[in-house]
Design a protein around this ligand. Structure first.
Ligand SMILES: Cc1cc2nc3c(=O)[nH]c(=O)nc-3n(C[C@H](O)[C@H](O)[C@H](O)COP(=O)(O)O)c2cc1C
Length: 352
């Protein structure tokens, strides 16, 4: 037996010594946790800041997606048409130019998606009779005229109709494929109430998601009262234009007391994300629609939201989820996905 083990055994013989040992261990872990967060802060500082002069391919394509998604979203918003997207369309065009100037491939799906979305944005403004109001329309026209070839090569259209979640006579692969294609972020809802039993069925399925050591830290907090939904959504920045139509709002949280120390700090988001995905699939399989709503908030907003009383102190908010029936005919953004070579790589690292 090693010195460490025999020392531990003698300490275990005394309840007081053992309690003291556990106390000191917990404090050491707390200090160690600070180091983990400093490591995270360093990685964040190095890699998670977009610069106005950014030229790296991945960051550029991500920023393009970020900007033109605002245009895609605007094209599916319910309600009275109003001018939207002036800043994002300008930002998208500038990013496309930066992409071209850097010599990145114009066959890239995200780049082509950017050009196509600007074109669909223009068409959308015209269809709504808003193009003359747009201060960016001349820049848009010029941008599109310069990219006729890209646009003609492989026309991409946004928005597209929401697909049905099932395929008659489908095997497991086809069934899963149909469900995956039909699971889209829906930003318009019918006024029909969502049956409680169906939400419970979906949550039961989501509970089958894997979690680290099967600790199952997820909880779904459901808000159905209109005024409460509006109040909760007032703390969230991504529901403009459709938040008022959300019939049921879920707050997805993870109970942080289920984790032993800071080395598990990111596990909350892994477990929470896996659960959220299953929940969205389950809801869609039941014919419902959903839209994830980010919880990228300042500490002050997080604290203020907690004061509404929905979320306990130890619960970490993962995201919100808008849930409801999609209207009869509902459009969703095309939202092109990255090319295969960007999605995976077989590692050739020597030490792998
Ligand atoms: C964590 C997370 C947060 C999101 N937050 C928002 C949001 O605040 N508002 C919104 O309209 N969409 C939000 N989305 C939806 C994304 O925009 C959407 O998933 C993405 O554009 C792909 O489209 P799809 O879900 O239709 O396939 C979020 C998605 C995720 C996963």
């Amino acid at each position: 037996m090693g010195i460490k083990q025999s020392l531990k055994q003698s300490v275990q013989r005394s309840a007081t010594l053992w309690a003291g040992y556990q106390f000191i261990k917990a404090q050491v872990n707390r200090v160690r946790t600070t180091a983990y967060y400093l490591y995270d802060a360093r990685r964040c500082w190095r890699h998670m800041i977009w610069r106005p002069t950014e030229r790296a391919r991945w960051a550029l394509s991500s920023e393009m997606l970020f900007q033109y998604h605002k245009l895609e979203k605007g094209l599916v918003m319910p309600g009275k048409p109003r001018l939207f997207g002036t800043d994002p369309v300008r930002a998208t065009m500038a990013l496309v130019r930066r992409w071209e100037a850097a010599g990145y491939p114009t066959s890239d799906a995200i780049y082509r998606g950017a050009c196509a979305t600007v074109s669909c944005y223009r068409a959308g403004l015209i269809a709504r009779g808003l193009h003359q109001e747009s201060p960016a329309i001349h820049q848009v026209d010029q941008f599109l005229a310069e990219r006729q070839q890209v646009l003609a090569a492989d026309p991409m259209v946004t928005p597209v109709p929401l697909e049905a979640p099932t395929k008659p006579g489908a095997g497991p692969w086809e069934a899963f494929e149909a469900l995956s294609v039909a699971r889209r972020s829906v930003r318009d809802f019918a006024p029909t109430a969502v049956p409680k039993e169906w939400v419970e069925r979906a949550v039961r399925i989501a509970a089958l998601s894997p979690s680290a050591c099967n600790r199952q830290p997820n909880k779904v907090i459901l808000i159905e009262d209109r005024a409460e939904i509006d109040r909760a959504l007032s703390f969230q920045n991504g529901n403009r234009g459709f938040g008022h139509k959300v019939p049921l709002l879920a707050v997805l949280v993870v109970d942080s007391t289920g984790y032993f120390d800071g080395s598990e700090r990111n596990q909350t988001y892994v477990d929470g994300g896996l659960f959220a995905m299953s929940l969205m699939f389950a809801l869609r399989a039941l014919g419902l629609g959903s839209c994830s709503l980010n919880w990228c908030v300042t500490p002050a907003t997080d604290r203020a939201f907690r004061k509404l009383g929905h979320v306990k102190d130890q619960e970490t908010v993962m995201m919100m989820l808008a849930i409801g029936y999609p209207p009869e005919a509902v459009a969703v953004p095309l939202s092109p996905r990255r090319d295969m070579e960007d999605l995976m790589r077989w590692s050739k690292a020597k030490n792998a």
